[in-house]
Design a protein around this ligand. Structure first.
Ligand SMILES: C[S@@+](CC[C@H](N)C(=O)[O-])C[C@H]1O[C@@H](n2cnc3c(N)ncnc32)[C@H](O)[C@@H]1O
Length: 260
């Protein structure tokens, strides 16, 4: 069993509270988790390669913030002894639980924001993929996320950014038109790559789903330059990476020296 703060602190709290269950409806992926899970499998190959390159070889305790259906949990479990996945969506967590039955992984239903992140404890590896922008303003969220990393530990983040074309189209009043085009383009790419009408239709169904649209409208992704600025300001020494047109990555190692 892990001895230190993070995992044991969450385990001690046991099953999710009724409040967490009640609150899991909004800002969560409830109701679209099976669509999302397939979407993630279809689109995250390149991200998985990047994650594999940047994870430390071994960590004792790892945390996945907004873990969803556990897309990266094969990788995380291969590189850490204990893994805790936290998410606000009961449906997303159920898909993850059904897939990863290892006693080394714990799934916790909880709504996170800048005010509650610190309650998660401290970890040798803190990971998050395309989730932090759902938690609130990046500056505040990152200030809390850095405290979750133990001295000498590592933070590996992938997060969404606002594609520059989207910003331009919004200025020109053509955002809706551009968004539909992107949905079609995403489906066409899957059709060409996977030669599957079914998967192409699924991509289109997810990206035009009312829940997905609502989540996209409520989320707060940074622009590319803003991402680099905020990450390097909050996490001095962090390296940022362009992963594709709508995501960026960041890797930060926390010094072993006490911070001022
Ligand atoms: C785009 S999905 C990413 C899931 C997973 N990390 C992946 O890479 O496939 C975003 C996830 O963040 C979760 N989420 C959104 N807001 C949250 C919050 N306030 N607290 C905890 N999880 C949240 C959603 O339920 C969803 O599973």
């Amino acid at each position: 069993m892990p001895t230190s703060s993070g995992t044991s602190r969450l385990r001690a709290k046991g099953r999710p509270s009724t409040d967490a269950r009640k609150s899991s409806g909004s800002a969560s992926f409830d109701g679209i988790s099976h669509l999302y899970d397939r979407f993630a499998q279809l689109t995250q190959d390149d991200l998985a390669r990047w994650v594999a390159e940047h994870l430390p070889p071994f960590s004792q305790e790892a945390l996945d913030i907004g873990c969803g259906t556990g897309q990266f949990h094969d990788l995380l479990l291969a590189r850490s002894e204990w893994l805790t996945g936290v998410d606000v969506s009961a449906d997303q967590l159920q898909v993850a639980r059904d897939r990863y039955r290892s006693s080394r992984v714990t799934y916790t239903l909880r709504r996170l924001d800048a005010g509650t992140l610190h309650q998660l404890g401290q970890y040798d590896l803190v990971f998050s993929s395309t989730a932090l922008h759902h938690l609130g303003p990046a500056d505040e969220v990152l200030r809390q996320v850095r405290c979750l990393v133990k001295p000498g530990g590592t933070l590996v983040v992938i997060d969404c950014i606002r594609p520059p074309q989207g910003i331009l189209m919004a200025r020109m009043g053509m955002f809706e038109w551009w968004r539909w085009l992107r949905c079609l383009h995403g489906a066409a790419k899957v059709l060409v790559r996977r030669r599957s009408w079914r998967d192409a239709a699924l991509m289109f169904e997810l990206r035009t789903h009312p829940t997905w649209r609502r989540l996209a409208a409520e989320a707060l992704p940074l622009g590319k330059e803003e991402f680099d600025r905020v990450y390097t300001r909050r996490l001095p020494g962090a390296r940022t990476y362009g992963l594709n047109s709508s995501t960026r990555g960041a890797v930060w190692r926390r010094s072993l020296q006490p911070e001022e």
